[in-house]
Design a protein around this ligand. Structure first.
Ligand SMILES: Nc1ncnc2c1ncn2[C@@H]1O[C@H](COP(=O)(O)OP(=O)(O)OP(=O)(O)O)[C@@H](O)[C@H]1O
Ligand SMILES: O=C(O)c1ccc[n+]([C@@H]2O[C@H](COP(=O)([O-])O)[C@@H](O)[C@H]2O)c1
Length: 232
């Protein structure tokens, strides 16, 4: 039977997945794809950070990380790559990106910021973090090695994050379509213990990284001699 046509990307909640993507890998891509499916997202925008706020200088340039995100998303019509943080002169604060997207997409469109559990737990350190809930819903996926959410949630969160989450928790993804922002939805994805640091480390030590990221990105890394030298 032919696949159901997907709704146009202008309808329904829009997923947003930001990251340093140094490099983008299958953990990111499955996170985006499983969020799209589980949460009924019309599309997912991948947003490479130009100047990630909470880490040192990435090993590859912003333009290289953008190029790898474009290669990785080729062939998935539900994935869009947003270059706004790469083009911006300022640090890649998520609240600023959400403000800009709100202005672009209007007040009614549901926006869903997709985070791995590690990023979610670090939220209280982010710039104007409490304002994030005014601009978008937040969807949180499990990530191997980080505290589980779900039934024990919010007991595993820091007190300030738990306080900010109070009254926002929803276990029904359908809720995301009924308001533009403000809800928090945990969801389960296939656990994949893949990280960009693991990939950089494997390349640096001369090991194969095939099947951890798309072949096109593997080829790009080799062609540009990324991650070969010391440093991680
Ligand atoms: N394997 C994974 N499973 C679930 N979420 C992931 C996974 N890898 C990354 N993420 C999420 O993707 C987002 C962007 O992650 P990021 O670009 O920092 O990748 P990373 O693999 O964590 O990088 P690094 O190892 O350099 O810290 C974050 O919300 C992070 O939690
Ligand atoms: O806005 C902030 O203060 C902030 C602090 C840390 C991380 N972020 C965003 O979170 C995403 C993942 O960041 P990182 O460093 O884990 O790759 C990326 O989109 C960053 O811009 C945002």
């Amino acid at each position: 039977m032919p696949a159901e046509p997907r709704p146009p990307a202008t309808a329904g909640p829009l997923g947003l997945l930001g990251g340093t993507f140094d490099p983008i890998h299958l953990g990111h891509l499955r996170l985006a794809e499983e969020a799209r499916e589980a949460l009924g997202l019309a599309a997912v925008r991948l947003i490479p950070a130009g100047q990630p706020p909470h880490r040192g200088e990435p090993r590859s340039s912003a333009d290289q990380r953008l190029a790898m995100a474009r290669l990785a998303s080729t062939g998935n019509p539900a994935f869009e790559v947003d270059d706004s943080e790469v083009r911006a002169a300022s640090k890649s604060y998520t609240v600023l990106t959400l403000e800009r997207l709100r202005a672009e997409l209007g007040p009614a469109r549901p926006l869903v910021l997709i985070l791995g559990a590690d990023a979610f737990e670090g939220l209280p350190g982010w710039h104007r973090w409490q304002a994030l809930f005014d601009f978008a819903h937040i969807a949180v996926a499990n990530r191997p090695g980080y505290a589980p959410h779900g039934r024990r949630w919010p007991a595993t969160l820091s007190p300030e994050l738990a306080a900010a989450c109070a009254g926002r928790h929803s276990s029904d993804p359908a809720d995301l379509a009924t308001a533009p922002a403000g809800r928090i939805v945990p969801f389960d994805m296939t656990p994949l213990a893949i990280s960009a640091s693991l990939i950089r480390d494997l390349v640096r030590t001369g090991h194969s990284v095939r099947y951890l990221l798309p072949d096109s990105v593997v080829d790009y890394i080799a062609a540009h001699h990324l991650y070969e030298g010391n440093g991680n």
